[in-house]
Structure formats: structure tokens, C-alpha cells
Design a protein around this ligand. Structure first.
Ligand code: NAP
Length: 256
């Protein structure tokens, strides 16, 4: 029997976990796609391809050339371009698309969150008076905080912020999660942080800073996700496994 071919768009823990769960299946051939941004990516359990496809058209051409049966978009909740490309490419290639997007964090007692819709709004939400800010949003959008140079920033990212910020008072910290709560409390204390800026990424790996903020009574400016679009959605790897089988089955029956 021909193997069914799945392309997983990854760069997340969920993508790696999903790939690991599918890797042993003899009826499937899995490829994991990474953007190729991280200088030293974590090892992956299935064959990997790396680098952009060349927009939605490039991705659609890849899907056709590689005879992909199912596209799984397991990219980060804030990687918006590749998710838009996945939607149009799956349509153009006539194959099903499954979006695996981990659930966002929910505010709980003791949290002091200000929810904003964009990084620009997060910059504005810091206000005029100088503050000591822990910037935990990754490196790609950190430059936006040059617009508020009066604050002190502690910027944490996996790879260096390049080019660095122009703001005058910035400290950089290179680290890759998961981050434990105790270590996060210690970090916030040591740097005398008084506000945290984070994306509502969801998941456990980076939740430590949110818990640490709650313990210390610190405010968090939380950048929310764009609302989910139409289509097949899974919030967990388990759900994605079920839906993937369902979609591959439906797809075969229709004989597309
Ligand atoms: P993006 O803005 O949505 O994507 C920009 C371009 O990068 C895409 O148009 C595509 O290039 C390429 N690309 C992105 N993900 C890809 C993938 N998995 N495989 C192949 N090409 C990919 O994405 P981003 O925010 O830069 O994120 C890049 C990667 O980092 C994603 O894989 C994402 O899962 C991961 N990540 C992002 C964040 C975040 O906060 N944004 C956090 C953690 C991890 P072409 O148009 O040339 O195909």
C-alpha cells in the first residue's frame, strides 16, 4: 500500500511531539518543515526540510511535487504569514489542511493582565513613565520597543536580537525554554523587573514567567492571538492525531 504523505509545518514543541507520535506509523511518510531561523534547532524525530517555500505559490507547488496528502499547520500561534500561506496553498493544491494550535493561557486569580491585540499596543501600554520591562516575546519583534526608549529592557530570546535595539538601556539574555517557575521568580527579582510583556503563546514551556508574575504580584502585558479562522482545528496533539486519520480517510474515500 502506498504510504500517505503528510507535511507538518513546525517550529513548535507540538509539531515535534506530533511528528514523534506519527514517526512509527508504517502507513505514513512524514516530513517536518522548519523555517530555518533558529541557529541550532532541536533534533527532530522525522525527516526535516528547512527554509521558506517562496510564498503560498511555492508551498502549493511543493505540495503537488511531493504528492502530499495532508498538510498540518503546527506553527506557532503568532506565526501568521505561514498559516495564511498554508490556507491558500492547501486550497490551490486541493488537499485538506489541519491546524494544530495550542490553547492560549487563561487569566486566573492573582493575575494582573492587560490584554492587547498587537505588539504596537503593548509598546503603548507600557505608558510614559520609565519602567523595568522583561521582554519575553522572542527576538523578531523586539525592535518595536525602540518606540519607547525611556524604559529599561531585559530581552530574552533563543537567538540574538540582530540588529539590537536602539533604545539606550537594554540587557540581553539568551536562553531556550522550558523555564521553571522558581528560576523565573529569581530572574524577575534579580533584575528588579516591574512589568512583563509576553505573547499569549500557551503551553507549559514558557508559562513559568506568568506564574512568577502572579507570585510577585507583577503586571503582565499580554499580546493576544488573532481569532482562529474556519477549517479543521486541533488544540492538542491527541486531537490532531484523531483528526489527521479522519481527514486522510475522508480524503481517500472522495478519491480526490
Ligand atoms: P511567519 O512570519 O508566519 O513566516 C514568515 C515566512 O517564513 C513564511 O512566509 C515562510 O516563508 C517562512 N516559514 C515560516 N514557518 C515556516 C515553516 N515551518 N517551514 C518553512 N517555512 C516557514 O513566521 P515567523 O513568525 O517568522 O516564525 C517562523 C518559525 O518560527 C515558524 O516555524 C514558527 O512556528 C516558529 N516560531 C515562531 C514564533 C513567533 O512568536 N512568531 C515563536 C516560536 C516559534 P515562505 O513564504 O518563503 O514560504
Amino acid at each position: 500500500m502506498d504510504k500517505r504523505r503528510i507535511l507538518i509545518l513546525g517550529g513548535t514543541t507540538e509539531a515535534r511531539d506530533l511528528a514523534a507520535r506519527l514517526a512509527g506509523r508504517t502507513d505514513l511518510a512524514i516530513t517536518l518543515s522548519l523555517a530555518g531561523r533558529t541557529l541550532d534547532p532541536a533534533p527532530q524525530p522525522v525527516p526535516v526540510r528547512s527554509g521558506g517555500f517562496g510564498g503560498a505559490e511555492g508551498l502549493a507547488a511543493y505540495l503537488r511535487d511531493e504528492a502530499i496528502d495532508l498538510l498540518i499547520d503546527a506553527t506557532h500561534p503568532f506565526a501568521r504569514q505561514i498559516s495564511a500561506n498554508a490556507r491558500s496553498a492547501s486550497q490551490a493544491a486541493g488537499i485538506p489542511l489541519l491546524r494544530l494550535e495550542r490553547l492560549g493561557w487563561e487569566e486566573t486569580e492573582g493575575d494582573r493582565w492587560t490584554r492587547v491585540a498587537s505588539i504596537a499596543e503593548a509598546v503603548a501600554a507600557l505608558g510614559e513613565a520609565p519602567r523595568r520591562v522583561f521582554l519575553a516575546i522572542g527576538r523578531q519583534e523586539a525592535k518595536a520597543f525602540d518606540a519607547a526608549p525611556q524604559h529599561h529592557y531585559l530581552v530574552r530570546s533563543v537567538d540574538p536580537v540582530d540588529p539590537p535595539l536602539d533604545a539606550p538601556d537594554v540587557e540581553y539574555l539568551l536562553a531556550r525554554g522550558p523555564f521553571a517557575v522558581e528560576a523565573e521568580v529569581e530572574l524577575l527579582r534579580e533584575h528588579r523587573i516591574d512589568v512583563i510583556v509576553s505573547k499569549n503563546s500557551g503551553g507549559d514551556a514558557t508559562y513559568g514567567k506568568i506564574v512568577a508574575a502572579r507570585i510577585l504580584g507583577l503586571p503582565v502585558i499580554l499580546v493576544e492571538r488573532a481569532p482562529a479562522g474556519d477549517g479543521h482545528h486541533a488544540g492538542t496533539v491527541e486531537e490532531a492525531l484523531r483528526l489527521a486519520d479522519h481527514l486522510l480517510g475522508t480524503f481517500r474515500k472522495r478519491g480526490v
